[in-house]
Ligand binder design. Structure first.
Ligand code: SF4
Length: 352
């Protein structure tokens, strides 16, 4: 039942979605236990390194420049600020630090700057992840050489529903970026969003695409739409929470060895629903107060929930004031020494 397969048919996946809820949960939990410690949840923290004014038109996104969502746009963060945030995340128990920029794709003059971020965050002993939009093969290679562990690029929804959600980049563009990332040897983080007004068959189609990639993504984020006022999907109907949990369970069964991440939308889920998601096979979360630009349950509440459920996070790391000061000072020294700094600052100042 937990063999790694890449030949899932639509009908097989439909049949899993159609199982009685308890049967589906039992089967998903069985697959989960065969592959993972059922009481361990990986914790990542996400930081927006460049916010808003994105040229893409993703109809759910507060950061798209196509919609008036009242979001303040921000320039690319300074490396030192990113290092500080990474230290905070480490202190709160994160093992992976994800950095996201609202770009169509990074420009060549942005690259030295993001490469430096990868190097410095990695030097803190954290796994690194970036989400910067579409990548060329060369950009993926540069990120791999800087030591990037994961690259996030979601498929969002099924190929059939995709055109109703995004028109400024194609499904194939996304698949090409995933191919470049994989070829460069970076681990892939790719999933989607449910609650976009799609049909169940679109959720089937999304998971079929992910599960039939040549290699399964190591991380599969399953997001629940966070409705943002001002976006075209600001008033879409709510998805039945059980349907969301079913999506997690089917993802677990199709991609048995991948980390399935409970991502955006957690703040609208009560503790009981989150527990059911963990039971269905979710074993990764984003942790912290903000998930890019949408709220996320406070880290303290997450820790409390883990304690109540007996979930062992990779334990919080105590970062002393001295080591924090030293890490930041080292970051500043590196920036001063680096010939990148002047170019990078110029880049930052010209970001839209
Ligand atoms: S989801 Fe990403 S690419 Fe799409 S508008 Fe938002 S920031 Fe831009």
């Amino acid at each position: 039942m937990s063999a790694i397969r890449h030949d899932w048919s639509r009908n097989e996946i439909r049949a899993l979605f159609d199982l009685p809820f308890m049967d589906l949960m039992f089967r998903a939990q069985t697959v989960h236990r065969a592959n993972f410690d059922p009481n361990a949840v990986q914790v990542s923290t996400l930081l927006s390194i460049k916010t808003g004014a994105c040229p893409e038109d993703c109809k759910y996104c507060s950061q798209s420049g196509h919609y008036d969502t009242g979001l303040d746009k921000e320039k690319l963060l300074e490396i030192q600020k990113v290092v500080e945030e990474a230290l905070n995340a480490k202190e709160k128990g994160a093992s992976r630090f994800c950095m996201g920029a609202a770009w169509r794709s990074p420009r060549e003059k942005d690259m030295p700057y993001v490469l430096e971020m990868v190097k410095q965050v990695k030097a803190l002993g954290l796994e690194t992840c970036m989400t910067l939009g579409m990548l060329s093969a060369d950009q993926a290679q540069q990120l791999a050489e800087a030591g990037l562990d994961y690259y996030n690029h979601n498929l969002d929804t099924s190929p059939e529903h995709y055109g109703k959600i995004i028109t400024t980049r194609t499904y194939d563009d996304r698949l090409n970026t995933l191919g470049h990332v994989r070829e460069a040897g970076i681990k892939v983080c790719s999933g989607g969003i449910v609650g976009l007004g799609e049909a169940r068959d679109d959720r089937v189609g999304l998971l079929m695409q992910l599960a039939n990639l040549p290699a399964h993504p190591e991380s599969v984020p399953i997001n629940m739409l966070v409705k943002i006022e001002g976006t075209p999907l600001g008033n879409v109907d709510d998805l039945d929470p059980f349907e969301f949990i079913r999506t997690i369970a089917v993802a677990r069964m199709l991609m048995p060895a991948s980390h399935v991440r409970l991502s955006a939308g957690r703040e609208t889920m009560n503790d009981e629903m989150q527990a059911l998601c963990f039971m269905a096979g979710a074993n990764s979360i984003f942790y912290g107060e903000k998930l890019l630009t949408t709220p996320n349950p406070e880290a303290a509440h997450d820790r409390q929930l883990f304690t109540r459920l007996g979930i062992n996070t990779q334990t919080a790391v105590d970062v002393s004031d001295e080591s924090r000061a030293e890490a930041i000072a080292q970051s500043v020294r590196q920036q001063q020494l680096s010939s990148l700094t002047r170019d990078a600052m110029a880049t930052r100042d010209t970001v839209n």
